[in-house]
Design a protein around this ligand. Structure first.
Ligand SMILES: *Cc1c(COP(=O)(O)O)cnc(C)c1O
Length: 488
């Protein structure tokens, strides 16, 4: 679509003196600026766009059309679970009965909100096989940090101060070692076997009385179920460490198996992935943390409990980790998760895992004739190709990802995990119809054929997007955040 608003900054549409509002004249004699210390008063006028209301509306509407989202097209971004977020979740989280609450209201005036908290805490504990959950953390990485802080507090309270190391598989999501480092742990890397799972033989010599715990993602970032978990958990426990489960992508496990039953002690869940809150672009999120029996007192506060008189806040006395967020975490996301849980119900939630696994395996099997599948066999909710099968064309994973944009599909996650050079990680989620999956499969096959018949065209894709190939490094090193920067 092309019109005069398209692709232009609002500053470029500005006309001096044009406004979108009319305010009554200042009826007070004084100018409030007189009362500000002169050092704080601007020396020159701020540069702001001067536009009429209709221009503002068109500017933002055109900008929103440049966006790609789950609501506009298929979004197979591996490790991100870009599933459909039912609109009723948003409607419920926007109810004024919830949005108008103040976080400092006494508990007896907010029983409904506390009931939502309590029910989500309990539901997650049941789904994950854990004893207790906190809803305080704001994101997956924040959940990891909180979970690792509980592990640290657990060891410290036992007077076991030697445990300064955390074991992390080399296939782990980048947030795992980052969170462990932020928590003050030293990271010990454990290798993967050729089939992409944790190498137990490599793990054994790493275990000693300095190990505070081990982080695992299951299914791991390759979408493979870690079959050796019982043995790994027994080994880590025998050396005195705790097992941490990165449950950011709990999707394939829903209704099938529970981390608590596998021997994990602490875990987090991303409500903004598995439990259906729109995410991407930095928020909003929620990364609840669950613990097994015996570790409840190390969770952060506040926490919601229930007795005969209703719901109330507790802190865990002297043993508590303290607080890791403002008030109670991201309530609007918790509300969406609750709406999602109730919409599906206990029976239907059990379909999420099997359907997400079925969709991923369907796409994988259809495409392995054209793309290199380094790890054969059943995957869980996602899988990884190592680029095109035919390596002679010089067309890379990046090129394929860019070409997909021309066909109206979001690119998969690329160049992660780091175990393969041309990684292309695809996660269809349980929501997509077979028709959408078939179109996606056909398109990826077309791109593979184009890579042979016209490699230069694929290498110069995308051809139909508002901008072509951006300089990723420059965007990080020299970001222009304001119009003034843009002018320079
Ligand atoms: C997304 C993800 C995280 C991090 O979650 P954020 O909410 O982005 O901080 C951690 N681990 C895995 C496996 C993930 O997919």
């Amino acid at each position: 679509m092309n019109n005069r608003y398209y692709g232009r900054l609002i500053f470029e549409l500005s006309k001096s003196g044009r406004t979108s509002y009319s305010l009554p004249a200042n009826e007070f004699k004084s100018n409030s600026l007189d009362k500000l210390p002169s050092a704080l008063v601007r020396k020159s006028k701020t540069i702001l766009p001067e536009v009429d209301e209709l221009t503002v509306v068109r500017h933002y509407t055109n900008m929103s059309n440049n966006n790609f989202g789950v609501d506009t097209g298929f979004y197979p971004l591996g490790s991100c679970t870009m599933k459909y977020n039912p609109k009723i979740n948003d409607e419920i989280s926007a109810l004024p009965q919830f949005t108008a609450l103040h976080p400092l209201q006494p508990a007896y005036t907010v029983q409904g909100a506390l009931e939502v908290y309590y029910n989500v805490q309990q539901s997650l504990a049941e789904i994950a096989g854990m004893s207790e959950f906190t809803l305080n953390p704001y994101a997956g990485a924040h959940g990891e940090l909180t979970g690792l802080m509980t592990i640290k507090t657990y060891h410290e309270r036992r007077g076991d101060t030697k445990r300064t190391k955390i074991i992390v598989p080399n296939s782990a999501h980048g947030t795992n070692p980052a969170s462990a480092a932020v928590c003050g742990f030293e990271i010990v890397e454990v290798k993967s076997t050729a089939d992409g799972t944790v190498d137990v033989a490599d793990l054994k010599p790493l275990l000693n009385d300095e190990i505070a715990g081990m982080m695992m993602t299951n299914p791991n970032t390759l979408g493979i179920f870690e079959k050796e978990i019982p043995e790994i958990a027994a080994l880590v426990h025998a050396c005195g460490g705790l097992m941490y489960y990165d449950g950011a992508n709990l999707n394939p496990m829903l209704g099938v198996c529970r981390p608590g039953d596998m021997g994990f002690d602490v875990m987090h869940i991303n409500l903004h992935k598995t439990f259906s809150t729109p995410h991407g672009g930095g928020g909003p999120g929620s990364g609840p943390v669950g613990v097994r029996k015996g570790l409840e007192q190390y969770l952060p506060v506040p926490h919601v409990k229930k007795d005969a008189d209703g719901h109330f806040f507790v802190d865990f006395g002297n043993n508590a980790l303290g607080s890791i967020s403002q008030f109670f975490g991201n309530f609007a996301v918790v509300l969406r998760a609750y709406a999602y849980l109730l919409t599906l119900g206990k029976e239907n939630i059990k379909m999420v895992g099997p359907l997400s696994v079925l969709n991923a395996n369907y796409v994988k099997e259809q495409l392995k004739s054209h793309y290199l599948l380094p790890i054969q066999g059943l995957c869980k909710h996602e899988f990884v190709f190592d680029g095109l099968l035919d390596k002679s064309t010089g067309v890379t994973t990046l090129d394929v990802a860019k070409r997909l944009l021309d066909y109206g599909f979001h690119a998969p996650t690329i160049y992660f995990p780091l175990l393969f050079h041309e990684a292309m990680m695809i996660e269809p989620t349980e929501n997509e119809s077979k028709d959408t999956l078939d179109e996606f499969i056909a398109t990826l096959k077309t791109v593979a054929e184009e890579a042979i018949s016209d490699p230069d065209m694929v290498k110069s894709a995308p051809h139909s997007t508002p901008v072509r190939r951006l300089d990723d490094v420059k965007a990080v090193k020299e970001p222009h955040f304001t119009f003034k920067d843009y002018l320079q």
